[in-house]
Design a protein. Structure first.
Length: 325
């Protein structure tokens, strides 16, 4: 990490979903920092807690059942979790926005796409109506949609076009922080490449800091400066893109790369990670990954495992981190 104050800092985030029947331990002590203009990739299996982290930063968790047990989210040194809901409404859309996972359900079906973009601009900008209209049209053009389609409804757009509209809404007020929750999952590879290129251009133009949630390590390789691997609500490994891709240290991270097909190697079978993610209502003692880990020892089953530095800025939550595999 750099010595100057980070743009975004998340400290010891703990979030649970509590019902009468059970308590889901969704996020367990997550901490990270992000510099201005950088892109952080959050990687992990479904249910690992990635979306909960993003929703906590934006403060759009459904409470109940969600309960924030502890933590702080510092944006330019200000703790967002201390703001009133009215103050947070000014932050959302203007300083922080989120591209939600499913573009099909993120748009209002009875309001034109242009009006949905214009609404965000009008809420956060003190400008005349005709200027709001022009800026909304300009945002459509910016994401590759003709301005003439301003008056059309979401059902008149393809999945890729809907995702472009969602991105236009998210970026309408030039936010400082963008939370992108699997923005390309529902898209075919051609449209996915176009959307990623568009996000890269907008990031360069506006110096937007981004947290990208994805399962796709290929997308991470293209888009991210830093990577944090999430397992059972914890960061098990974090570092620069080069650290994670060239020198993965945690057995889970190594397993993720082992399950990827490689075009330059001939193998009879890929190597999947054995077992399933743990039940978040009853997490294992010690290292959360030990039931699936080929290197697990008795110490892993009972010791609380913290993050340790493998190299400068490269952290790993494993008792055997840095040892030869």
């Amino acid at each position: 990490m750099s010595e100057h104050k980070p743009f975004l800092e998340v400290r010891d985030l703990n979030v649970e979903y509590v019902t009468k029947e059970e308590t889901v331990h969704a996020v367990n002590g997550v901490s990270f920092q992000l510099e201005k203009g950088k892109v952080l990739g959050l990687v992990g299996e479904t249910g690992a807690g990635k979306t909960t982290i993003a929703r906590t930063i934006l403060r759009v968790l459904q409470e109940p059942p969600a309960q924030l047990r502890s933590g702080a989210v510092l944006l330019e040194g200000n703790n967002l979790l201390d703001l009133s809901e009215q103050e947070m409404c000014q932050v959302r859309g203007e300083k922080i926005t989120m591209i939600f996972q499913d573009p099909m359900t993120s748009l209002n079906p009875v309001i034109t796409v242009g009006q949905q973009i214009a609404e965000v601009i009008a809420l956060h900008s003190d400008i005349p109506k005709n200027e709001v209209y022009k800026r909304a049209q300009a945002m459509l053009e910016k994401v590759g949609i003709p301005a003439e389609r301003y008056g059309e409804y979401p059902h008149q757009f393809s999945g890729g076009m809907k995702q472009r509209v969602v991105i236009a809404i998210a970026l309408a007020c030039n936010p400082q922080l963008l939370l992108a929750d699997e923005p390309t999952t529902a898209l075919d590879v051609t449209i996915q490449a176009q959307v990623l290129e568009m996000m890269r251009e907008l990031n360069r133009e506006n110096d937007t800091t981004t947290i990208l949630i994805t399962h796709d390590l290929g997308v991470v390789a293209e888009m991210c400066d830093q990577v944090a691997v999430i397992y059972a609500g914890e960061i098990v490994e974090s570092g620069s893109l080069r650290d994670i891709f060239k020198s993965p240290s945690h057995p889970y991270t190594i397993g993720l790369f082992g399950a990827l097909p490689k075009v330059n190697q001939e193998v009879e079978w890929l190597q999947p990670i054995d077992g399933l993610p743990p039940d978040p209502t009853s997490l294992p003692e010690g290292c959360k990954f030990h039931p699936r880990c080929p290197r697990a020892s008795d110490a892993c089953k009972c010791s609380q495992v913290g993050l340790k530095e493998v190299s400068s800025g490269h952290l790993c939550r494993c008792l055997k981190a840095g040892e030869e595999v």
